[in-house]
Ligand binder design. Structure first.
Ligand code: AMP
Length: 127
């Protein structure tokens, strides 16, 4: 299956990668872009996004290109070092019932600036 058959409509992240719509870009390399989330759930909320649109979720990315998944994790760690002092939460939502809304794999980097209040415990799910 090719990218066209998977994504008849480009996702919002594909359009951000193509610079068709604006975003607050905090990092970019050949294969990865990172932006600030437009609807932050924490004082620091970044999204680390592989530029390719062929992987819808982390399972597909891990199976299809483990080196790219490792790069996403490394970029997340590097950005977290800069923005949170290195203490952070890394979240991949997979599937609608887990809260995924954009079907172009991306990592959420959640945290707060050093010296400020940290993330609450027990807020990862709804129980
Ligand atoms: P998920 O729900 O895991 O698929 O995450 C999608 C995330 O993308 C949500 O946290 C949204 O707030 C965020 N988002 C959607 N559109 C944009 C946009 N144009 N710029 C930045 N973040 C966005």
């Amino acid at each position: 299956m090719n990218a066209m058959s998977r994504h008849p409509e480009p996702t919002i992240f594909e359009r951000i990668v193509a610079r068709e719509i604006p975003a607050d870009v905090v990092f970019e390399s050949d294969r990865v872009i990172a932006i600030r989330d437009i609807n932050p759930q924490a004082p620091v909320h970044l999204l680390v996004i592989p530029k390719t649109a062929i992987y819808r979720n982390i399972t597909e990315l891990g199976a299809g290109d483990p080196a790219l998944l490792a790069e996403v994790v490394a970029v997340a760690g590097q950005l977290a070092e800069e923005h949170t002092g290195g203490e952070y939460r890394l979240v991949f939502n997979q599937g609608e019932r887990a809260g995924q809304t954009v079907f172009h794999v991306h990592a959420h980097v959640l945290g707060s600036a050093p010296g400020t209040e940290g993330l609450a415990e027990g807020t990862l799910g709804n129980l």
